[in-house]
Every structure is written in C-alpha cells, then in structure tokens.
Ligand binder design. Structure first.
Ligand SMILES: [Zn+2]
Length: 408
C-alpha cells in the first residue's frame, strides 16, 4: 500500500488547528479550556469527513478509527498546549496521523490492518501529565476522575461535564487488537538542528526524578550570634547546591541533565539567621541505573551538608518516572523509512516526556522527531522548517505503509 500525503492539505489542517487559541505566533490552548474543547470538536469533525469513525470519549480523548474489525496501528499525539505554547508541539503529530488515515482511506484501506488516530487529552498536565494516555492504557480508571484538580483547584470532572464529555465511555487500548503505537513530535531541543538532521529516531525517553531537601536550622540574631555557633539552613542549601553541580558532573552520564529551579528560604531577611531552607532538584537520564546512583549520592550529600552546618535535614523523592525504551523493531522501521526516503537522520533519546512512554508499557511503541528551530519549544516562538515538517510526515506515512504491507 502506498500512502502519499497531501502537503497542501496537511499544511492547511495545521494552520486551521492553530487558529484555536491563536496567540501571536503561538497558541494558548490548555486542556479543556474553551479553545481546546473547540479544537477537539473540530478534529472529530475532520476525522468524520475523512471517513473515520470518530468519537470524543469520557476523558476528552479524540479517537478516529478506519472502519472494519481489523487489527490497528495507533497514530497520535496531543492537541492541548502549555499556556502560550507553540503551534506545532503535539498538534503536528495529530495532524500527520489524520492525514495518513485519510490517505489510507483514499487508497482503499486494507482488510487486515486499520489505523486508529488519537489525540490524547492533557498531555501537558494541566490536571495530570499524560492524562489521556493513562486512561487509554488503563493506568487510570473512571473512579480516579473525581480526585484530579488543576493548580487553581478546578476539578477535572467538572471540566469534563462543562465540555459535554463526562459520562461517556472511556476508550481503552486492547493489546490483542492494537499492534503498535507511532508518535511524531517536534524535538523541543537543539540536537537535530546542530547535527543538521531532518529526522530523529527516538531510542528511549528519559526517566525523571524530583527530590526535595529540607534543612531545619535555628533563627538567631545575625549580628550577635558567632558564625561557629549558628545553625544556618540557608548556608546548608547554598553549599548543597554548589556541590550538587560538581557531583552530577562527575557521577552522571554524558546525558544527565539537572535543574535547581526552585528553592525557598525562611524567614528571608538579612538580620535573621535562616531557620528553614528547601531545595528542589530535578534530574533526568535515559538510564535507571544512573538515576538510582544519583539518588543515593544526593542522599549522602544532604546528610554530609546537614552535619557540617549542624542543621536537621529531611529529604524525599517526590517524582519518580522511569525511563522508557522504545521498541527496537519499530525504531528500525522508522529508520529504514528515513533512509529509504533519503532523509538525513540520527538516533537520539528524548529529554521530554511523551504519551509514547505510557503506550509502550502496553504495546510496542516508537517516536520520530523533526527539528525545532533554535531548539525552542513551550513558547510562542516554537517553529519547524517546512521541509522538515513535510519530511516527518513522509517518513511516518512510509513506515505505516510498510507495517500495513506486513499483513497483506
Ligand atoms: Zn508535546
């Protein structure tokens, strides 16, 4: 089966979708906002026009299936955005998927293998990161709906009711029927552009750890208390932060990244010795082993620092997401298609989370990336060169053709 994507149609769908929540050169379309709901309804209609059986399910996932009772390849990504995000992000992968399903229908389909296009709700985590794919994969259930809120306290259940989606059946994946998941996404980093490649084949998605370290000191007069008698929680925090930098450089892998993006000190004034300090540390790596090692080192270091500054410490890992290895066979198929179409390509890991890391827990899954100009993303300045944009769709559709041809 040969699936030839229509560039004009692809481009026009991308532009149309970007109008929902359009903000300057970007899009503001957080999950289940008015603009997001309108975009979901638009997508469902577009799927129907393409001849797909389309639904929006009880958690807001938009699903379009080619008719028939065959096995299916799932193609998808997400159409929600971070506040004031980019126009491509997950929308690109969804529009690729729609276009490929449309060309599949035009080509007359196949009796054995069909396509299921999915736009997973709330990938960006307004309510819960990767929400839609968790429900789709059965990792969250209907009874979980009531306990989930956004940071403003707005409940997911209420938002689904307002959108008119609440109470509908929640669609779930069936590993006996769904044979593979493929997701295309912008890279959201500068690697492909720096390496002058058009296509990235994702080998694994990094694991993420977030730790919180609290130091309890003692508030004293900052003028009268001799240095050696202080229990200064802020001094402990600053020492910990600088030593972490050295620790991660020496003990991490070349892929390890870390961020000390959040900290708090109390009472936060110059004439009082700091009584409480809290440091948040996020670090990512494709290897669980490296992550485990770094976690142990972090615990050791915080104990050492607390000892040195005579403060009490409390440390906890608050987020634990294991790395997800993509299916080697599917990575190979994407790579073969890129090679076949003479697109410059490379293998790389993803430093960002994606729905594919949830899907791969249940069925074989893989991802392809296209370059982000300047590595920019989660920002209205996010963009991708037109050649790269079309190349990604071509490689994905070639891969789908190849997989369909495996089941004549
Ligand atoms: Zn995304």
């Amino acid at each position: 089966m040969r699936l030839t994507i229509n560039k004009k149609r692809l481009s026009s769908d991308l532009r149309m979708l970007a109008r929902f929540g359009e903000y300057q050169t970007g899009v503001n379309r957080p999950a289940l906002s008015g603009e997001d709901i309108a975009a979901r309804n638009w997508l469902r209609n577009r799927m129907e026009e393409a001849g797909l059986e389309a639904i929006i399910d009880g958690v807001g996932n938009v699903i379009g299936r080619t008719p028939g009772h065959h096995k299916r390849i799932i193609l998808g990504s997400h159409t929600d955005t971070v506040p004031f995000g980019g126009w491509l992000d997950g929308a690109m992968g969804v529009v690729y998927s729609l276009e490929i399903a449309r060309t599949y229908m035009e080509a007359g389909g196949n009796n054995n293998i069909g396509i299921e296009v999915v736009s997973f709700n709330d990938e960006e985590g307004r309510f819960y990161a990767l929400l839609g794919s968790h429900f789709y994969c059965g990792l969250l259930e209907k009874s979980d709906l009531t306990g989930i809120h956004d940071t403003d306290g707005i409940s997911l259940q209420e938002s689904l009711e307002n959108a008119g989606f609440a109470g509908r059946e929640i669609a779930t994946l069936d590993p006996a029927k769904h044979i593979a998941y493929l997701e295309a996404h912008i890279e959201q980093g500068p690697v492909l552009e720096n390496e002058k490649r058009t296509i990235g084949l994702v080998t694994e998605i990094v694991g993420i750890r977030r730790s919180r370290v609290k130091f309890y000191g003692q508030a004293d007069h900052a003028g009268t208390t001799p240095m050696k008698l202080r229990k200064d929680a802020a001094a402990a925090l600053y020492n910990m932060a600088t030593r972490l930098e050295a620790l991660y450089r020496s003990e991490g892998s070349p892929h390890t990244v870390w961020n000390l993006g959040k900290a708090r000190i109390e009472p936060g004034t110059l004439n009082v010795v700091c009584s409480f300090a809290e440091l948040f540390i996020e670090y990512r790596d494709p290897s669980s082993e490296t992550l485990r090692k770094l976690q142990n080192k972090l615990d050791q270091l915080s104990a050492e620092v607390a000892d040195r500054y005579r403060v009490e410490k409390e440390s906890a890992e608050v987020v634990t997401i294991e790395p997800a290895k993509m299916d080697p066979m599917l990575v190979g198929r994407l790579e073969a298609a890129a090679k076949n179409l003479k697109k410059r390509h490379m293998r790389l890991h993803s430093g960002a989370g994606h729905d594919a890391m949830v899907l791969v827990k249940r069925i074989p899954a893989a991802m392809l990336f296209v370059p982000s100009i300047g590595g920019r993303s989660h920002d209205i300045n996010e963009n991708t060169q037109e050649y790269d944009l079309f190349s990604g769709a071509q490689v994905l559709s070639q891969t789908v053709s190849d997989l369909v041809d495996d089941h004549p």
